[in-house]
Ligand binder design. Structure first.
Ligand SMILES: [Zn+2]
Length: 255
């Protein structure tokens, strides 16, 4: 069946002499592998449309019985040029693609994940400052979509609601429970890792902010480092294999 769908290119690898196998996150079908014949040729009709992070209109021949679909055409809908020219933005954008590639199963269509992915890449392209917040925003919302929402409102053990009064200076996060612990429960839980309350509050703010405002918050490097550790620990608990993200490059640069 011939299908047209919007898609974001997550990854492309060379296949045989002249072709590429491309992993797309499509609006209609979710994550798909497609083969783009002749894509390695300089005269290829695909041009630059199959670079990771490209936002394209894909035309594919889709058969239910086949794992690899055939890509017949791909046209860039809106180019995100700054994602390729700015080193920081590239690293963040590629990390986002890598997270989707590793966390999301094949062929489970979810239009909200598609919109989230597209919106974040679009805002990342335009961002003038604090673009790392878009990565945190993306991860928090993606985790929610796939059923691993982080609970910021109540203690993950006793259920007590967090208030300004009962928040400790350092707060423990338990990966298995996907949540934080109050000051009473936070004592003596060996698997819990503690984070500064500023990290907790920043991440909470980013998760609840509108995407348009998310880059307004400026965090010092140590807070971003803690947010990264917290989110990556949590992601790693839910993926098989290791997640080595391009993000590490950014942090070397920030230091
Ligand atoms: Zn508690």
């Amino acid at each position: 069946m011939l299908s047209k769908t919007e898609a974001i290119v997550l990854k492309a690898i060379r296949y045989r002499e002249t072709s590429k196998i491309v992993t797309l996150y499509t609006k209609k079908f979710g994550k798909l592998n497609v083969i783009a014949k002749g894509a390695m040729l300089t005269t290829s009709k695909f041009g630059a449309s199959l670079e990771p992070m490209s936002y394209i209109l894909a035309v594919l021949y889709k058969k239910e019985t086949r794992e690899l679909q055939f890509l017949s055409q791909a046209d860039i809908i809106r180019p995100f040029l700054r994602l390729y020219s700015d080193h920081n933005k590239s690293a963040i954008g590629l990390s986002i693609c890598e997270i989707v590639y590793k966390l999301i199963k094949f062929e489970e269509g979810n239009q909200r994940i598609f919109e989230l992915l597209l919106n974040v890449l679009d805002k990342l392209n335009d961002a003038e400052r604090n673009e790392i917040n878009l990565l945190w925003y993306f991860i928090v919302h993606l985790l929610e979509e796939i059923g691993f929402k982080i609970n910021f409102s109540r203690c993950a053990l006793c259920g007590e609601k967090f208030t300004e009064e009962n928040l400790p200076q350092r707060i423990s996060f338990v990966v298995d429970k996907g949540g934080f612990l109050c000051s009473k429960c936070g004592v003596g839980v060996p698997e819990a890792k503690s984070y500064s309350i500023a990290t907790f509050k920043s991440l909470l703010w980013i998760g609840r902010a509108k995407i348009e405002n998310v880059t307004n918050l400026s965090n010092p490097g140590n807070i971003n480092n803690e947010i990264k550790n917290l989110l990556f620990d949590y992601i790693k608990a839910h993926v098989e294999g290791t997640v080595e993200l391009k993000l590490l490059e950014i942090y070397d640069k920030l230091k």
